[in-house]
Design a protein around this ligand. Structure first.
Ligand SMILES: [Cu+2]
Length: 146
């Protein structure tokens, strides 16, 4: 293999690896990254009792705000800033930036009840920055995208 061919294949490998990183494999201190306008990965599967950690890996501020109308029965509401419900979280964000997760900061929530948990980033809702946590009993893989 000549040098040019080697560099080309090494470049392809690097692209492949960064694709994996974008799906949620990372240095281990968080589960879901927040880029400029996306949760990565957007869909994340865990078993009941798992604590999920979001980290703002961008320069912009974000929130993690559950859609409370869509949560499973008996599920705890969750939002960065620990607001009691979605209305309170929205009001706090739009009045004073409440619940902001600044660059480099993390937010964590433990999911006990099986079901699906759609959530959104309030400042980037119109950009489609939303995600889904799926909590289910499983013997298999707990992470999608592998
Ligand atoms: Cu955002």
């Amino acid at each position: 293999m000549d040098r040019r061919a080697f560099l080309a294949s090494a470049g392809a490998l690097a692209v492949g690896l960064s694709g994996c990183l974008a799906m949620g494999d990372n240095d281990g201190d968080y589960d879901i990254g927040m880029s400029d306008s996306r949760f990565l990965p957007e869909e994340y599967r865990v078993q009941p009792g798992t604590t999920v950690v979001w980290k703002n890996t961008s320069a912009r501020s974000h929130t993690v705000t559950a859609y409370d109308a869509s949560l499973p029965d008996e599920a705890d509401y969750f939002a960065s800033g620990e607001y009691a419900d979605e209305d309170a979280a929205r009001e706090a964000w739009f009045e004073s930036g409440g619940g902001a997760i600044y660059s480099g900061e993390t937010y964590a929530h433990t999911f006990e009840q099986p079901g699906t948990y759609p959530y959104v980033c309030l400042p980037h809702e119109s950009d489609g920055m939303d995600g889904m946590i799926i909590v289910e009993e499983s013997e298999g893989d707990t992470v999608t995208g592998q």
